[in-house]
Design a protein. Structure first.
Length: 230
């Protein structure tokens, strides 16, 4: 990249440039054995959990009730509810979106952990997740993840993407915005790094003006027309 005049690294536009990828071609026993001990232990501990695979609107609403407080608890910005629900329904209606809901036992009335997964062709993605912080739900998100992996594998996916992690060289950096997810996601596999985002700068002054003012103005002007994808 240094050999190309004007080509430079740029802020990653998507989280998935650094992620955890799982090869789903091994058997379930082989996959389980490849996980770190904390994931295997949590999955075994939650063997009696009640798991539901659903795509109805009630499941999406139940997922939102777990997702929103989880995002806020983690300190991430939370967009309006319609932003997420519209996106989840869009993927659902395309036959690609799927909700996994879990209760720690049959005695628990409401879901305590959940994931929204997205399958497209041979790829399965863990797109969003949420859980409550209660003793009974401790470790339940590992079971949700395992059931999501199993579902994707059963439906023809050969790769599972946990979608989003710090760069491998920042995995131990407590200041990275995704640091809180590292221990959970890397319990299933190592971080995979890709090239990320680059751009070709043709005019330094105009590029600096765009970075400082242009992108923010553009975002405001286009948000109403295309709220899902900017």
């Amino acid at each position: 990249m240094a050999d190309v005049p004007g080509l430079e690294e740029f802020l990653d536009l998507q989280q998935g440039h650094h992620t955890v990828l799982l090869d789903l071609r091994p058997t379930e026993d082989e996959l389980l054995a490849s996980f770190r001990q904390r994931a295997r232990r949590s999955i075994r501990k939650s063997a009696d959990a009640v798991i539901e695979h659903r795509t109805d609107d009630a499941a999406i609403e139940a997922f939102w009730q777990l997702y929103a407080p989880t995002v806020e608890r983690a300190g991430f910005p939370l967009r309006p509810k319609d932003y997420y629900v519209t996106a989840w329904r869009l993927y659902r209606d395309l036959g690609q979106g799927h909700v996994v809901l879990a209760r720690s036992s049959a005695d628990v009335a409401e879901p305590e952990a959940a994931a929204f997964i997205w399958k497209h062709g041979h790829l399965g993605y863990y797109r969003d997740g949420g859980s409550v912080r209660t003793p009974s739900a401790n470790g339940l998100q590992y079971r949700v993840q395992w059931e999501s992996i199993r579902w994707c594998k059963e439906h023809g996916a050969t790769t599972y993407d946990l979608y989003g992690a710090p760069p491998s060289w920042q995995a131990d950096d407590p200041d990275h915005q995704l640091h809180g997810l590292v221990q959970f996601k890397t319990a299933f596999g190592p971080i995979t790094d890709t090239v990320g985002t680059t751009r070709l700068v043709l005019d330094r002054r105009r590029t600096a003006a765009w970075d400082r003012f242009g992108r923010r103005v553009y975002a405001r002007l286009t948000r109403a027309r295309n709220p899902l994808f900017y």
